[in-house]
Design a protein around this ligand. Sequence first.
Ligand code: LLP
Length: 423
Amino acid sequence: MHHFTYKGGVLHAEDVSLAELAARVGTPFYAYAQATLSRHYRVFDDAFAGDDHLVCFAMKANSNQAVLKLLAGLGAGMDIVSGGELKRAQAAGVAGGKIVFSGVGKTEEEMRAALAHGIRCFNVESLPELRRLSQVARAMGRTAPVALRINPDVDAKTHEKIATGRKADKFGISWTRALEAYALAAGLPGIAVTGLATHIGSQITDLQPFEQAYSLMAELATRLREAGHDIRHVDLGGGLGVPYRGDTDIPPHPDDYAAMVRRLLGHLDVAYIFEPGRMIAANAGVLVGRVLYVKEAEGKTFLITDVGMNDLLRPTLYEAFHHIQPLAEPEPDAPMMSADVVGPVCETGDYIARERRLPQMKEGDLFAVMTAGAYGAVMAGTYNTRALVPEVLVNGADHAVVRRRFDEERIVGLDSLAPWQMA
Ligand code: LLP
């Protein structure tokens, strides 16, 4: 479900013509539909109505201030993974009590900042990290609320690079060592055990891996309580997928996911924390670009566009599929073409789609790369000294540029010469 539809023959974000936005902002740019963001947040949150729960948006998926402010306004907390994300969450006015801190490599400085902001919980991923957090908290005269992130050794059956819950992955503490780890935590000064956490991966389209991991969490929570630990919440991570293709990758509905969670953990009387990212933001965003050239090569056609891998890394990094829709609505009997849709970056891996069947497109045509609201703009860079792509938020018939284009002059201006190079 999203709010990008053809109206009067032109693709709109809610009631704003993407073609008009392109004329105003220039391409490429990301556009987000506020209605989709709100709807997805609510669908997930409502699925747990009646349960003590907190939805912490995994802000790594989309950390634009306008997006955070919107979600925070709906009651969302944030799942952060760096001091930078903490700063963004603070700037968006998110209270410490609604922030959980994940990640395998927290620095002392990041720990101090999070302690000072009074965050809800540190999801600790290793014993050395636990000891370091104890030292940092003690030195500050504070107590760090802690959940240990447990690695359940479950294959989430997703792309290799975004599965996080197998024993060979760098994340979490093996479930086989959970009891020992909690015993250590309980004895450390400056640490207060408050819960249990897991996250098995991303773009998961089947409930089965979740079930496997969550059954283990339920069992662990019981055993930890028996051992005297105060397990008040279970953080079940994020990971619910989205339909990038719309046929072979239909994810479970949040209501079915919620029913499964209640069935497995309902008897524990714990608060749930969730960390969804993609399912809230992905379908709420598109990336708009323009065809620069149509290049007929040896037996194939390249649509050379102004969308580079620096603007959207997912296709080349994960072989990810994103639908491409022309902004001008194709006639039902429009002639089709098969093309590699590529960018201007000097790498063969710089593509949005390969051998894609598309309505015939020509030089100058505008198009939208769909389902680009999560892990799109946040993963963009300036490789090939290309401007950092801007972001626009749409709300009904209104729009606002919520990140302006970081242009090439400013990129060059970040560098400086060494003193000995000055004349
Ligand atoms: N919690 C933790 C601890 C995570 O590491 C992640 C994602 C999430 C929550 C949110 O997962 P989600 O609900 O969005 O699936 N760049 C990749 C995705 C990387 C996901 C990293 N961790 C992509 O574009 O597919």
